[in-house]
Write a protein that binds this ligand. Structure first.
Ligand SMILES: Nc1nc2c(ncn2[C@@H]2O[C@H](COP(=O)(O)OP(=O)(O)O)[C@@H](O)[C@H]2O)c(=O)[nH]1
Ligand SMILES: Nc1ncnc2c1ncn2[C@@H]1O[C@H](COP(=O)(O)OP(=O)(O)O)[C@@H](O)[C@H]1O
Length: 217
């Protein structure tokens, strides 16, 4: 689980988690991060929910049926899983382990239940960010403008938002997504700073020793 920082110092890979009520902007911010932050790989979840228009198998999710999902969970192929809006969602374990051991950080778009499970498994390597919408009206507007869910599904997501919001205080960072570019800059700053944390930078002792040797000459 070691990655090479841009300054050449080895460090532990981190698990970067974004959660929010549905429609607050996790997917948008995740895509921006993957496009603009080298060394970060998206964890693609498995889900039993139907594919939305515009979604791509293997990019947005692995769309599986209930029996396949249960088999994956039973065989230990999922790092964590949860039921959200009557559908099952889970993180395939192998892809995460491969990315971390190849020196990449991994980005997760998962709910509070999944975040709790990751934290139990790898507390020191998990960095969690909760995204808030600026207002309830904005949240509802975004769910409508995304135009991918029926009225009934949107109502269900708005009803669930209160419950999801109640978990905000379990997260390391809180970002309010009013202007998307500002929110992206904030999330990006968090990742950049967390990559520099001393306890993650396993190669620092050696680096500093090298500096000391140079100074002693
Ligand atoms: N625990 C867990 N939650 C997930 C996973 N994948 C997605 N979710 C969460 O499930 C919820 C519903 O996701 P989705 O149906 O794509 O709707 P969205 O909220 O509009 O992105 C969101 O809160 C996601 O973060 C997963 O692998 N594990
Ligand atoms: N800061 C923002 N201002 C206005 N619209 C936004 C903002 N961030 C995201 N959106 C839009 O809101 C909708 C929901 O965003 P999305 O990223 O799909 O949310 P989530 O993944 O949290 O459900 C999308 O249509 C997206 O383009």
């Amino acid at each position: 689980m070691t990655a090479q920082g841009y300054d050449g110092v080895e460090r532990r890979g981190l698990m970067f988690v974004l959660s929010s009520p549905s429609g607050a902007g996790k997917t948008t911010l995740s895509r921006m991060l993957i496009d603009r932050m080298p060394g970060l790989k998206m964890s693609v979840s498995a889900t039993t929910r139907p594919m939305r228009p515009g979604e791509v198998e293997g990019r947005d999710y692995f769309f599986v049926d209930q029996a396949t999902f249960e088999a994956m969970a039973r065989q230990g192929d999922l790092l964590e899983w949860a039921t959200v809006f009557d559908n099952r969602y889970g993180t395939p374990r192998a892809a995460v382990e491969t990315a971390l051991s190849a020196g990449q950080d991994v980005l997760f778009d998962i709910d509070w239940q999944g975040t709790q499970q990751l934290r139990e498994k790898a507390r020191a390597d998990v960095v969690s960010v909760f995204i808030l919408p600026p207002s309830a009206a904005d949240l509802e507007k975004r769910l409508h403008t995304r135009a991918q869910d029926s009225e009934e599904v949107i109502r269900g997501r708005m009803n669930r938002a209160t419950h999801e919001l109640s978990h905000w205080a379990e997260y390391d960072y809180i970002v309010i997504n009013q202007n998307v570019d500002d929110a992206f800059a904030e999330v990006q700053s968090i990742l950049k700073a967390e990559r520099l944390k001393r306890e993650r930078r396993t190669g620092l002792t050696e680096f500093v020793r090298g500096l000391q040797r140079q100074l002693e000459k």
